[in-house]
Structures are given as structure tokens and as C-alpha cells.
Write a protein that binds this ligand. Structure first.
Ligand SMILES: Cc1cc2nc3c(=O)[nH]c(=O)nc-3n(C[C@H](O)[C@H](O)[C@H](O)COP(=O)(O)OP(=O)(O)OC[C@H]3O[C@@H](n4cnc5c(N)ncnc54)[C@H](O)[C@@H]3O)c2cc1C
Length: 380
């Protein structure tokens, strides 16, 4: 017979979203009782994204690296780089950050149940969430378990490894997209992402945007070939140095449709890039403010309407004309400023960065995708 526990808020899943949300709820209303239910997340995870140079952020001490520049490469268009004056590309050690958030929650008296949720009864009067040995009676339940990704949704799939080279690699800034690789995805795009962690250490990831998933061995091969070509280095695969993932770029199927969701489950990943950390921060802050105002939290996109619309156009092009995506990213690399590019990908800085991105996009493919979306909408 499971023991019963009463709680104001039960959060399912103790990944970045669950931990961030629990911390924000307790910060905005210390009297609230919060139970965070889910196994401790020990995965290696390096999360990178752009923030303003002057932003004061609670996770600053977990940012292990930051850069004002980044670059791109393409077999035909060549090498391009950006330098930003007001934005920095930062890299967060998410494994350490999650440990820190857990400790903060324990210090605040939050109940951490490192167990898997086996079932739940959702009804307006009282929700009950079950693990194998506990039943949580909660006024509010929020789900952060990773959602199902439908076959038709474009996915960002990646595998990468930290590699220690025998000599300096010479990269002074992240290589965000090197398209000069043997393609893994036949109906999408493939590129290498490389972060210089020290003068001789790199995180190298092979990434695809495609509706289809590919075998992990294809990603090992892609990274191996890139390392051999650029540094004459032979990759050996060490699981404790690797990380991988499949991120939704578009609609997802929630595991439990009747309850609010946060994180990947709540659509916090930016559809055009899979970047999710800032979406999670915004979504968690919004939900915490609703709860502290006595409202039931809702699942809401953390991105502006203009960004959601532009991402829909981007995804239509990804599906219909994947060859145009390389052209788009290289056009943005060559013709947008570093600050505009960073604002555009972070959904900050208002309309102008997005408008400038539209101006440099390959017109035919993007205008026809926008037209077809508007047409489909007018008939639905
Ligand atoms: C390797 C990797 C690198 C990434 N890099 C970046 C990046 O550079 N920049 C960026 O912005 N984003 C990045 N992302 C995307 C995004 O930030 C992460 O996926 C992030 O972990 C999403 O957090 P989440 O809490 O929504 O989901 P998850 O991290 O998937 O957490 C879901 C949690 O639910 C738990 N769970 C599942 N089932 C149950 C159950 N039945 N009961 C209880 N708990 C359950 C799981 O154990 C897990 O801890 C990356 C993702 C990965 C995987």
C-alpha cells in the first residue's frame, strides 16, 4: 500500500525543466509545498545559447565558457564568422547545474522523490500521482517528461564526444555549423558543431535536421571522418565523454494531455533550432508567476508569435526543400551581424533581427512556404 502525501504542486520529471520550475515556484511563494518526482538526472549535458552581455543570470557561475564570436563553413560558400558586440554565446555545464538546483530545493524543504511515476488520476477536485511506493495528492500537477515525437515532426538528432587532441586545434571560437561533411540524413541537413573547450580539447557533434532517425553509428562515422580530415585524429568512443539526443523541431504528443506541461513537453524547444534552455527558463518563470497568483498554470509557447510563425515557415522549408536550409544559414552567416543572428535565434531584440533574417533568406523557397502556410490556414 503506497504512503500518501499531500502537496500543493507535484512536478513530474527532474530534468532541467522540472528543477527550474520547482525552484522558481518556491522562490516566488516560499509557503507553497512542492514535490518533485523523478529519477536524478546524471547525464552529461552541455547546454549552449546566447545571452546579453549585461544580463544578470542566476546560472552565471555554471557558465564554463563564453565567446563573442562563432563561425560557419560550407563546401561552396566557404568560411564565415560573426562577431557580436552585445550578445555572448555561453556554455553551461548542465550536469553540475542540475546538482546545484537539487541541493537548493532540498535546502528549501522541497520534497524530492527520486522515483518513476507509474500512473496518475487527474480530476478537477484532486489529482493523484503514483510511484511504486507513494501517492501524491496535489492541487496542481505539471508534467515535464519528454513527449513523444510524431513521425511527421522534423527532429534534431545529434551525437557528440569531447575529444583531447595531441596538439592545439587552433579554433578560437565555436564552429556552429560545418556543412562540409558526408551527409547522414538523405532528406534533411547534416552538419558538424565544434566547441573549443581548451586549446586542445573540443566537443564535436554531428547533427541532422530530418523527419527520420538515423543509426547512432552514422553519427560516430561522421565525427570520426571530420576529426581525421581536420586534425588527423583517430576517434575512440568513450561513453562517459559522449552525449546524444533527439529534440523535437515542431509539434509533439504529450504523455498526459490533460495537465499543464513545461520544458520539451511544453514545446519549449525552438522549432527552428532545437535550442530549449531559454524557452524552459521563460516558460518556468511564467508558470511560477501564475501559481503564485493563485491561478492554474497553462502550457504556453515561451516564444513570441512572430517567432512561432517564422519557425513554421522554416520547418516547411526544412521538409519541402532541405537543400535551401544550408543556403539560408550561410546567407545569415554572411549577411547578418553577429548581434542580429544571436537575437534572431534567441527570440530577443524585437522585430528587426527577424525582418533582417527574412531579407537575406532565399526568397523563392521561403516566400512559397509562407504562402502555402497562409493558404492552408485560410482553408482550415
Ligand atoms: C545532450 C543534449 C544537449 C543539448 N544541448 C542544448 C543546447 O546546447 N542548448 C539548448 O538550448 N538546448 C539543448 N538541449 C535541449 C534541452 O535544453 C534539453 O533537452 C533539456 O534537457 C530539456 O529539459 P526537460 O527537463 O524539458 O527534459 P528532459 O531533460 O528530457 O527531462 C525529462 C525528465 O523526465 C524524467 N522522466 C521521464 N519519465 C518519467 C517518469 N515516468 N516519472 C518521473 N520522471 C520521468 C526523466 O528522467 C528526465 O529527467 C540539449 C539536449 C540534450 C539531450
Amino acid at each position: 500500500m503506497p504512503t500518501s502525501k499531500r502537496t500543493d504542486v507535484a512536478i513530474i520529471g527532474a530534468g532541467v525543466a522540472g528543477l527550474t520550475l520547482a525552484n522558481k515556484i518556491i522562490k516566488s511563494d516560499p509557503a507553497m509545498t512542492v514535490s518533485l518526482i523523478g529519477p536524478e538526472d546524471h547525464r552529461n549535458q552541455r547546454l549552449s545559447f546566447w545571452i546579453d552581455n549585461n544580463a544578470a543570470v542566476s546560472y552565471e557561475s555554471f557558465l564554463t565558457h563564453q565567446w563573442q564570436s562563432w563561425s560557419f563553413n560550407h563546401r561552396r560558400a566557404g568560411h564565415s564568422s560573426h562577431h557580436a558586440h552585445h550578445q555572448r554565446y555561453v556554455s553551461l555545464d548542465a550536469k553540475l547545474y542540475k546538482q546545484h538546483l537539487r541541493k537548493k530545493l532540498l535546502d528549501c524543504g522541497c520534497h524530492l522523490a527520486p522515483a518513476v511515476v507509474t500512473r496518475m488520476d487527474i480530476n478537477p477536485a484532486n489529482h493523484v500521482v503514483y510511484t511504486s511506493d507513494q501517492a501524491f495528492n496535489a492541487t496542481t500537477v505539471i508534467d515535464t517528461r519528454a513527449p513523444l515525437i510524431p513521425q511527421a515532426t522534423v527532429k534534431q538528432q545529434f551525437w557528440g564526444s569531447v575529444v583531447d587532441l595531441p596538439r592545439p586545434h587552433g579554433l578560437t571560437a565555436p564552429m556552429l555549423m560545418d556543412f562540409d561533411v558526408t551527409p547522414i540524413a538523405t532528406d534533411g541537413v547534416t552538419f558538424i558543431y565544434a566547441l573549443p573547450l581548451t586549446s586542445s580539447q573540443l566537443l564535436v557533434e554531428a547533427t541532422t535536421f530530418s523527419t527520420r532517425l538515423q543509426a547512432e553509428s552514422d553519427y560516430h562515422h561522421c565525427v570520426s571522418v571530420w576529426l581525421r580530415q581536420h586534425f588527423d585524429f583517430l576517434l575512440t568512443i568513450e561513453p562517459d565523454k559522449s552525449e546524444s539526443g533527439v529534440l523535437p523541431m515542431g509539434p509533439v504528443i504529450p504523455l498526459e494531455p490533460g495537465i499543464p506541461r513545461c520544458g520539451l513537453a511544453g514545446g519549449a524547444a525552438r522549432s527552428s533550432t532545437g535550442y530549449a534552455f531559454q524557452g524552459i527558463e521563460r516558460q518556468a518563470a511564467f508558470m511560477a508567476s501564475q501559481i503564485s497568483a493563485g491561478q492554474q498554470p497553462e502550457t504556453r509557447s515561451p516564444f513570441s508569435r512572430r517567432t512561432d510563425w517564422m519557425d513554421k515557415v522554416f520547418l516547411k522549408v526544412t521538409k519541402d526543400r532541405p537543400d535551401q536550409l544550408e543556403t539560408l544559414f550561410m546567407a545569415m552567416a554572411q549577411r547578418l551581424s553577429g548581434d542580429d543572428f544571436a537575437h534572431f535565434l534567441s527570440d530577443t531584440g524585437g522585430w528587426m533581427p527577424g525582418l533582417r533574417a527574412i531579407m537575406v533568406a532565399p526568397k523563392l523557397a521561403f516566400m512559397s512556404a509562407a504562402f502555402r502556410l497562409a493558404w492552408a490556414r485560410s482553408w482550415n
